[in-house]
Design a binder for this molecule. Structure first.
Ligand code: PGA
Length: 258
């Protein structure tokens, strides 16, 4: 079986000033130090990239953006580009988060173009997929999630897609305190991996990290990460304090060492 390095990613969303971001990143970096058995990244708001990068210096914690445009530059008021993310030191970028799909009109085609642009610039895309409560109750979870996977990967081959990370985030579990049961998350993760294999081959599918997101916290991280196809976590609320995020990184380390 392919051994996948677990990834614990913090999505700070629209939270924290530069000083607050520095303090949080510094506390996480101090705990993690220079070597880590799993990967850990934090995703601050863009105005804090430089400060957070400095706080993470010398630690194994990486920097993630929360969104990007697909173009490199030009007349796109208010956007950031993969080129600028690289310039700011971001090695990862969350894309297709349900909040962006829901509130900012992000489409499957836009997400697909962002995947391609990030891959060209060697920024790891963390591609979010997930169903709403209504869709789950109507038995459409796999249709929705696998449809998002198909759309986001169309036109790219397994070589180009090598670094892709997928995050399964049921919308009803985000910020609600409700978490998918570990077995339910596993079922969806296994279906995603199965579809990735059908689309671009088993060996690539076996190497792709599939994170779970949606009310991950220290008390449920180990159980979720004990599932065979849950390779990490995308963490919102619990990534905003060292007391919550550090134990989730530690759960990632336990998974890596298991
Ligand atoms: P949550 O958010 O951990 O606060 O549920 C997860 C996310 O939206 O990435």
């Amino acid at each position: 079986m392919t051994k996948r390095t677990p990834l614990i990613a913090g999505n700070w969303k629209l939270n924290k000033t530069i000083d607050e971001s520095k303090a949080l990143a510094g506390a996480i970096a101090a705990h993690v130090g220079a070597g880590l058995a799993c990967e850990a990244v934090v995703g601050p708001v863009a105005t804090s990239f430089a400060a957070v990068k400095q706080s993470l210096e010398g630690s194994a914690v990486g920097l993630a953006a929360q969104n990007t445009h697909w173009e490199d530059s030009g007349a796109w008021t208010g956007e950031l580009s993969p080129t600028l993310l690289v310039d700011a030191g971001c090695g990862y970028c969350i894309i297709g988060h349900s909040e962006r799909r829901q509130f900012f009109g992000e489409t499957d085609e836009g997400v697909r173009k962002k995947v391609g642009a990030l891959l060209v610039h060697k920024v790891v895309p963390i591609l979010c997929v997930g169903e709403s409560l209504e869709q789950r109750e109507a038995g459409k979870t796999l249709d929705v999630v696998l449809g998002q996977i198909d759309a986001a990967t169309e036109g790219y081959d397994a070589v180009a897609l090598a670094p892709l990370v997928v995050a399964y985030e049921p919308i009803w579990a985000i910020g609600t305190g409700l978490t998918a049961k570990a077995e339910d998350a596993q079922e969806v993760h296994a279906a995603i991996r199965g579809r990735l294999a059908e689309l671009k081959g088993q060996s690539w599918a076996d190497s792709v990290r599939i994170l779970y997101g949606g009310s991950v916290k220290p008390s449920n991280a180990d159980e979720l990460l004990s599932q065979p196809d849950v390779d990490g976590a995308l963490v919102g609320g619990a990534s905003l304090t060292p007391d919550n995020f550090i134990p989730i990184i530690d759960a990632g380390v336990r998974r890596a060492e298991s």
